[in-house]
Design a protein around this ligand. Structure first.
Ligand code: FAD
Length: 459
């Protein structure tokens, strides 16, 4: 006999069976375990995009299958979590509901409501950790406050580092099943089962995450330091959507990459972004550095449209924006370049770019996206100083030296030679014949001067 007869595990953004602390804990203390997912997004102004809905549906199918193979079943319900979770708990007669802690401010508020609603009807609540290596409160400066700069955060992180050993898979088995399963709604409510062209690049679900990690460890990790900034290579892990949906845990990734310090450092950037959003929940909408509230951003709808469509006339920017549209993902170096271009060359507020990324990235994550945009716009915690304006031509030549990345996503420029592919205006008329690639939307040198003058007004 376990400590509890019946326990519910409430899944959300941790759509896996392996290294799932809440599931393992439930299996350890309960006779019967009921896995539950509720389709309830927080009402915090960041609704789930269509792409994320499609991914979610696939991932839930995979989780449902994994649980079925283990003699269990995923109960899927629609509705408000504060109503649905207590209702299912009553239906199955659960004494405890357990879940891996969530950090996005809207989710924290939602989860507090659920805890209250459960406790009011005498059902216990327990939260475990699973999305991060360290809880956001665990890493503190000597005076007890949050960090604003990454390097000291990373040093402290290494000092308080744990072994981060993933857990063995829990014993679920049919003996943990209730005598009758509660009813489950259909997944069509999340998204139709149909195809989307960008799915050809991905395999949502725990198995897809495991394969991606294995492939990276076998054939990408050794060259990570050398290649991670090269969008023309498969130099990074592409684990971000899998981490976003919790199909793999950061502990599993940390362990799988062994002592690969540079890669682990990137994983800790993720921890840092959660730390920041946890301590500064308003920063998804507002700049962390308050003086940026007075920055003279422009309302330039045409510029924004051309940026979104990958028609700025700067090949590396356009390749990035088209990679996003085609695949639902963009290389980190190019995310920085396109974000710099939007905010500093076009002077369009970073919030508009963050919103576009949110709607199109399969890995859209409020903590990482907010930090990435505030870093690029110069208004975040450990941000790139505003006066460092990326030159899109130089960045292209440096990180895509043969122009392969641009050729892949901007086929109009296919015929251009290595030297002019990042600056088509330098190409010969012969090379440009028949292409309808746009002229640069701004002159980068002039745009940079304007941006720096505006920055001087607020600094
Ligand atoms: C403007 C901007 C917006 C961004 N928006 C998001 C977002 O919505 N979701 C998201 O997951 N990442 C975001 N990033 C961070 C980064 O670009 C992606 O995590 C990375 O490109 C994912 O590819 P990967 O898994 O191959 O990375 P890898 O290099 O293989 O890194 C492994 C993992 O470490 C984490 N990581 C790596 N770099 C960063 C970073 N700079 N910040 C935080 N975590 C990092 C990610 O979880 C990533 O999956 C953004 C960066 C910028 C500049």
């Amino acid at each position: 006999m376990g400590e509890h007869e019946i326990v519910i595990v409430w899944f959300d953004r941790d759509l896996r069976v392996a290294d799932h602390l809440a599931l393992t804990r439930a299996c350890g203390v309960a006779d019967v375990v009921v896995p539950l997912f509720v389709d309830d997004e927080p009402q915090d102004g960041w609704p789930r995009s269509k792409r994320q809905s499609i991914w979610l549906r696939r991932s839930l199918e995979a989780l449902g299958e994994a649980l079925r193979e283990r003699g269990s079943s995923l109960i899927f319900r629609r509705g408000s979590s504060a109503e649905v979770v207590p209702q299912v708990a009553k239906e199955v007669g659960a004494q405890l509901v357990i879940w891996n802690r969530r950090y996005r401010p809207g989710l924290r508020r939602r989860d507090e409501h659920v805890s209250r609603a459960l406790r009011e009807i005498g059902i216990e609540v327990e939260t475990t950790s699973g999305r991060l290596l360290h809880e956001p409160e665990e890493i503190r400066t000597t005076t007890g406050g949050p960090y604003h700069v990454f390097t000291p955060f990373w040093r402290k992180f290494q000092k308080v580092v744990d072994v981060f050993e993933p857990l063995d898979e829990p014993e679920l088995g049919p003996e943990k099943a209730p005598s009758t399963w509660p009813k489950s709604d259909g997944l069509d409510a999340i998204s139709k089962a149909g195809e989307a062209s960008w799915l050809e690049y991905w395999q949502p679900g725990e198995e897809g995450a495991r394969k991606t990690l294995e492939r990276f460890v076998e054939s990408g990790l050794a060259d990570y330091v050398e290649c991670r900034d090269r969008p023309d290579r498969t130099g990074t892990s592409r684990l971000s959507p899998h981490l976003r949906f919790g199909e793999v845990s950061p502990r599993q990734v940390w362990q799988a990459v062994g002592g690969a310090e540079e890669f682990r450092r990137q994983l800790v950037w993720r921890e840092f972004s959660y730390h920041l959003l946890h301590h500064y929940p308003h920063t998804a909408e507002e700049p962390l550095r308050e003086k940026f509230k007075d920055f003279a951003w422009r309302d330039d709808e045409e510029g924004f449209e051309r940026w979104k469509n990958g028609e700025t006339g700067y090949p590396i920017v356009d390749a990035g924006m088209r990679q996003l549209r085609e695949t639902g993902w963009m290389h980190n170096r190019v995310r920085m370049i396109v974000a710099s271009f939007l905010t500093k060359d076009l002077l369009i507020p970073w919030q508009k770019g963050a919103r576009w990324f949110w709607e199109n990235l399969v890995d859209a994550d409020l903590a990482n996206n907010t930090m990435g945009w505030q870093w690029s716009a110069g208004c975040g915690a450990d941000a790139q100083p505003f006066f460092r304006v990326f030159n899109p031509v130089k960045q292209g030549k440096r990180y895509d030296p043969d122009g392969e990345y641009v050729r892949r996503f901007v086929p109009e420029l296919e015929g251009l030679s290595g030297s002019s592919i990042h600056a088509p205006w330098e190409a010969s008329t012969q090379e440009l014949a028949g292409t309808n690639y746009p002229e640069p939307i701004v002159d980068h040198g002039e745009a940079r001067e304007i941006a720096l003058n505006l920055y001087n007004e607020i600094k």
